[in-house]
Write a protein that binds this ligand. Structure first.
Ligand SMILES: Cc1cc2nc3c(=O)[nH]c(=O)nc-3n(C[C@H](O)[C@H](O)[C@H](O)COP(=O)(O)O)c2cc1C
Length: 207
């Protein structure tokens, strides 16, 4: 089969790309808004790009009402954010936090997560996360209507006890059990695929 992406509509294009490029890592981004409400949401158009400088990139589209995602608003306002890494124990909370809650409601409260202070950035990290990156915006790129790339410089790494070996800096395969995004509510561990229940607001209806 051969497909020219110009002949494929955007929803089909989305399905092709997110179905073929799997598993994708998930940036579970935590921020706080101007009113002090802690926010978190997952983003799987995400990856690390380089270690010198240490950069990651996340791609944002708009909410289903066409407005800017709360996470991106908080990033624009402060130039900072936190990327938390998702493992098997936090998968459910991550998935639930993708719902489009109103700005005054906190995904931390909705999902029972604990905000923990960061060292350099003003946003909270997720205490339950396997690891977290404190990030400062390195560059922003508007690439189309309602689509923006945010490149972040990773300033500080936090990890749950046992995840990083203090001497070698290697990551423990037994302590770190990451999950990846497949498509819609489908995810994978490093051993198998699984579903998390519930629809996801903000994605194409049949994604
Ligand atoms: C696993 C997963 C990955 C997602 N990846 C992205 C993404 O890469 N870019 C994006 O704009 N939205 C993505 N979403 C949707 C956002 O998480 C969702 O729009 C969320 O409500 C945004 O919250 P906010 O408005 O509080 O920032 C993803 C959702 C899930 C469940």
């Amino acid at each position: 089969m051969e497909l020219r992406l110009t002949d494929v509509n955007p929803v089909e294009r989305y399905k092709l790309l997110i179905g073929l490029v799997i598993p994708r890592p998930i940036a579970w981004i935590s921020t706080v808004n101007e009113a002090g409400v802690n926010n978190c949401a997952p983003f799987s158009f995400f990856n690390v790009l380089s270690e010198e400088p240490p950069l990651c990139v996340t791609s944002f589209n708009v909410r289903s009402d066409g407005l800017t995602k709360h996470t991106l608003k908080n990033i624009h306002r402060t130039g900072e954010y936190v990327v938390n890494l998702v493992d098997e124990s936090t998968a459910d909370a991550m998935h639930l936090s993708s719902y489009e809650y109103p700005e005054e409601e906190s995904e931390f409260e909705k999902t029972g997560l604990t905000p923990a202070p960061c060292t350099v950035v003003k946003h909270p990290r997720i205490a339950e996360a396997a690891a977290s990156f404190e990030c400062r915006v390195w560059k922003r790129m508007e690439i189309g209507p309602g689509r923006e790339f945010v490149f972040g410089e990773i300033l500080v790494v936090h990890a749950r006890e046992g995840v990083i070996d203090p001497a070698s800096k290697r990551i423990s395969e037994t302590a770190y059990r990451p999950i990846g995004r497949l498509f819609a509510g489908r995810y994978c561990t490093t051993r198998q695929r699984f579903d998390l229940p519930g629809g996801i607001a903000g994605l194409p209806p049949d994604a």
